[in-house]
Design a protein around this ligand. Structure first.
Ligand code: FE2
Ligand code: FE2
Length: 193
């Protein structure tokens, strides 16, 4: 069988030798973390991450406001949950901002146009149950958005993908926490079997 006709799967992935890796890393130092093996479109990645950053900032603001403004019977436990989520959203915000910086971009923290860059909404909400519901909606949006982005980055940018995978796990936990609170407050399961 001629080489070109061999099934693709029998080929081992190509690994660059250490000498070439070292020589390559010394060139184009201005690229920082973006080296020649980066297969993504850096400009597009930064653009996507600016929208992820806006989403996380809006989540920090919404949870912080809810943690302060929540009132009513048994609101103390819920307030604590909101405050914990606010802290975790802030960690995501920092991670994404760092990643934009690593890729050579400038993280956009400008409050102008923040909501239009964000996937999730601010969600003012009146009472405690409304707040929980708003947060659950926002978390479900974030979960969908991040799952899609993880698939989009695939092997083109494993660094960004790994970061988003870590964030996704926390967002799934957040959605689950909000769902549990809603069930506790409404006294009935929300999920249809
Ligand atoms: Fe988040
Ligand atoms: Fe979240």
């Amino acid at each position: 069988m001629a080489d070109s006709k061999k099934p693709f799967l029998t080929k081992k992935p190509f690994l660059t030798d250490v000498k070439t890796l070292r020589a390559r890393a010394r060139k184009h130092l201005e690229g920082g973390a973006v080296t020649g093996t980066y297969k993504g479109n850096v400009k597009k990645t930064i653009e996507i991450l600016q929208s992820v950053l806006a989403t996380e900032i809006v989540c920090v603001l919404r949870y912080t406001m809810h943690a302060v403004a929540a009132t009513g019977i048994s609101s103390e436990g819920v307030k604590a949950e909101f405050a914990e989520h606010a802290k975790e959203e802030q960690e995501h915000m920092n991670q994404v901002a760092e990643r934009i910086n690593q890729l050579g971009g400038k993280p956009n923290f400008n409050p102008d146009g923040l909501l239009s860059r964000s996937a999730s909404q601010y969600g003012e909400a009146g009472d405690l149950v409304d707040m929980i519901r708003e947060n659950l909606i926002a978390e479900r949006i974030a979960v969908d958005h991040y799952r899609e982005l993880i698939r989009y980055f695939g092997n083109d940018d494993p660094g960004t993908r790994a970061m988003l995978e870590g964030i996704l796990l926390v967002e799934e936990e957040h959605a689950n926490d909000m769902h549990d609170l809603l069930v506790a407050h409404e006294g009935r399961p929300m999920l249809k079997s």
